[in-house]
Design a protein around this ligand. Structure first.
Ligand code: F6P
Length: 413
């Protein structure tokens, strides 16, 4: 059965593992329902002036399930860059929107499936408001989109960062060094948190939890005392320094006008070396986190997203986005996803589990913990908690002093 209607698909913004799996999911399920498919090239750019697309079918999307990147190309720059900063939108020019609507009519496109992160979905939202039939599919390694439990690409990035930690552990241990691994994630600490837990990090520094060098150094010294003379630190690129600064790559702007984050690991390492005179090294994972084959989880999630997006076209659910609502795949208005960044909750179970394992977030150990929250329930408990905290501080100061002596002695020999 063919009703000659077509489904359009495009990948926009930074790439991530699983994009091709979505494309394959879209094309295969669309063909089964009798739709033709076209893929627009280089994100939204391919939609207009000049219109650039390729027909997609089961044959030319076969074998791409496990391929990283995107066969359609992508960009986070250009005429359709809709985000300047968090919740700071730029309006797409009306003549461009008009051009896209014309392309849709000329190619007889029943629905346009836009696979992208928050900036790209903000464009999709503007298309929807202009009357262009769009469906959103959330992708990003950062996992910072609201309204979906996970985005595809995240699990693959975490796997990459976890593998890096496994590797850094052995060399850190051999040389009794502090290792600082810098991971991506923009203003969300998901990659750092999950890889830190999975890779057995000792310290995790994320944008959502304010931290200090004193506490980071205390953790290193505590480990020394335990006889573990190496420390693994994971720092999210968007973590704020204790003075509130965010570290950006000098002179660099992201394509859509956002600053390009990066470089915090070097500052963290330098300060640790200055304070403790400990051999400290850094590793910046960068775009390794975005490349390579998707993990099993991402392949399954991406495939389900693709198939569900086609179903949504059939049902006319335009202006909505596929989402993962475990264990189901569902849909929500795109607006819900782009309204607010999804960040790590300070008292989430993942953070609590990490703390329970002794992982430091570079903050006061009792701050943000469940114990801290009970502090305010009653005055008696409050006093008790303060006393507990003071005694912990005294022990920390004592162990710090002992360790300093040990370090000095070791350096002198
Ligand atoms: O949003 C995905 C992401 O990889 C961020 O984690 C990172 O800050 C940014 O994109 C890097 O962008 P670019 O590929 O433009 O360097």
């Amino acid at each position: 059965m063919s009703h000659n209607q077509c489904i359009g698909v495009l990948t926009s913004g930074g790439d991530c593992p699983g994009l091709n799996a979505v494309i394959r999911g879209v094309v295969t399920s669309a063909e089964q329902l009798g739709y033709d498919c076209v893929g627009f090239l280089r994100g939204y750019e391919g939609l207009v002036d000049p219109v650039c697309y390729i027909p997609l079918n089961k044959k030319n999307t076969s074998g791409i399930l496990n391929q990283g990147g995107t066969i359609l190309g992508s960009t986070n720059k250009g005429r359709f860059a809709a985000t300047v900063g968090v919740q700071d939108r730029v309006n797409i020019k009306p003549e461009l929107l008009e051009g896209v609507a014309t392309t849709m009519r000329q190619l007889n496109i029943a629905g346009l499936i836009c696979i992208g992160g928050d900036g790209s979905l903000a464009v999709a939202q503007q298309f929807h408001e202009f009357g262009i039939p769009v469906i959103g599919v959330p992708k990003t390694i950062d996992n910072d989109l609201s309204a979906t439990a996970f985005t595809f690409g995240f699990d693959s990035a975490v796997a990459c960062a976890t593998d890096a930690l496994d590797r850094l552990r052995t060399t850190a241990e051999s040389h009794q060094r502090v290792m600082v691994l810098e991971v991506m994630g923009r203003h969300a600490g998901w990659i750092a948190l999950y890889s830190g837990i999975a890779g057995g990090a000792d310290v995790i520094l994320i944008p959502e939890i304010p931290w200090t060098f004193d506490h980071v150094c205390d953790t290193i010294l505590d480990r020394d005392q335990e006889g573990k003379r190496f420390t693994l630190i994971v720092v999210a690129e968007g973590a704020e320094l204790p003075d509130g600064d965010i570290v950006v790559q000098e002179g660099a702007k992201e394509g859509c006008g956002q600053v390009r984050l990066g470089g915090i690991s070097a500052l963290v390492a330098r300060e640790i070396e200055r304070r403790l005179r400990r051999d400290t090294r850094t590793a910046v994972l960068g775009h390794l986190q975005r490349g390579g084959p998707p993990t099993t989880f991402d392949r399954v999630l991406a495939t389900q997203f693709g198939a569900h997006a086609v179903r949504m076209v059939c049902e006319g659910r335009f202006g909505e986005m596929v989402c993962y609502d475990p264990p189901d795949i569902n849909c929500v208005p795109i607006m819900q996803a782009v309204n607010r960044l999804s960040q790590v909750e300070r008292d989430s179970s993942a953070v609590q589990a990490a703390r329970a394992l002794g992982i430091s977030f570079g903050d006061c150990p009792t701050q943000n913990s469940p114990f801290r929250r009970t502090v305010f329930v009653g005055a008696a408990r409050f006093e008790e908690a303060l006393a507990e905290e003071a005694s912990q501080d005294a022990t920390a100061a004592e162990s710090f002093a002992q360790c300093e002596t040990l370090v000095d002695e070791a350096l002198a020999t």
